[in-house]
Design a protein around this ligand. Sequence first.
Ligand code: ADP
Length: 450
Amino acid sequence: MSREAEILDQLRSIIDPDLGKDIVSLGFIKNLRHDEAGRVSFTVELTTPACPIKEQFKTRCEEAIRALPWVTAVEVALSARAREAGANPLLARAPGLEKVRHIIAVSSCKGGVGKSTTAVNLAYSLARLGGRIGIFDADVYGPSLPTLVSPKNRELFMRNELIQPLEFEGIRLMSFGFVPAGPGGGAAIMRGPMVTQVINQLLTTTEWGELDYLVIDFPPGTGDIQLTLTQLIPITAAVIVTTPQQLSFVDVVKGIQMFDKLKVPTVAVVENMSYFLCPDNGKKYYVFGQGARQKLIDQFGIQNSFEIPLEPEISRLSDSGTPVVLADPDGRLAKLYLDIASSVVREVARIEHGGLARPKVSFSAGRGIVLTLAGGEERIAAPADVRRACRCAHCIEEFSGRPLLDPASVPDNIYPRSITPMGNYAVAISWSDGHSSSIYPYDQLLKLAK
Ligand code: ADP
């Protein structure tokens, strides 16, 4: 075997945990060199400069190559793939967004749940991971970005018919709060369709420049304004912010469904003001009860849900114009926001690389529910087993988990009338017995299949 083949062979043992493939097949290895003296050097070209596990990749590469007996020295450099021109035709049409790689919408069903606070702290955490970041505050009625950050210069100016964004601590910013209100009160008097046009205009005529992630603080709600915006803006992924009250679960579902209509995957749910950490005894108090985390996993297969505590410090710092992740970068809260950012980066990388490895689900009258895996392999689940495993509120009592469905009441010859993808990780099935509220995460279906 040639030395180059030996090197690549070693590197093939390193699997990208998010993409499920080895780094050689993924095309990450560039500029591979080796010489007679046993010196090896190469670059690992990752999908994003914000990759949260880039140092781990580097160490594992070094270890793998050092294991070859003839190697005397290893040099591994890290880089990130340049954005392909015209990769996203929708972005290419908007002059200000041309060089933006991914747009992340941070959304909530109601105002006041901490959406803007989350968006800003997420953005600064993404920047800390190594990405070039922008924040667009799309809340026309209650822009909060001007309070949450403190750019020195707050005056906007145009260059080549594009508005130049403001900047604070390396992040580019735009908000209606920075735009001087015209005569007649500015945004407050606008209604639906006009609002979406104005938001889209400010977004697309801002010269964002090269960005890895543009975080959009969405207007709160799941109505027409939000739906139209989701249509107009090529969003890569959504993060939904909620609070832990029991009823809020319904809100999260509404949010997931809204983005789902336009095929925008919800990659994380943040439960804000989730618990109170008692400074005297260090205990977590879930004042509003333990939130929806388990239900999100069970019903939608969303593994990435995060809890942020109710913490006066978050509010105090936000009001003073310094996000908590900047004020205390090594603190407990910064760590929590960094976890959210890492998970967003990893999920987006998976989406970019041909999506999440979810099976195709269909029904075949003779065979049952057929799950076709990415490699073409098929697994079959019996429709009656799947119907009996339904975890919707009619079949399982919401808060106690007590079964409400009598398995004997489900006929063995039941079959799905329709199967439709629901969010990123689940399908909704409507059954021949008229039951239509079943949602199954792919994981659950795979467990039920043979
Ligand atoms: P939204 O964007 O959903 O309207 P904001 O981010 O503006 O909500 O937050 C509403 C208020 O709650 C702000 O005063 C903010 O400082 C405060 N806040 C947000 N998150 C927290 C938290 N985890 N702990 C304490 N206060 C918070």
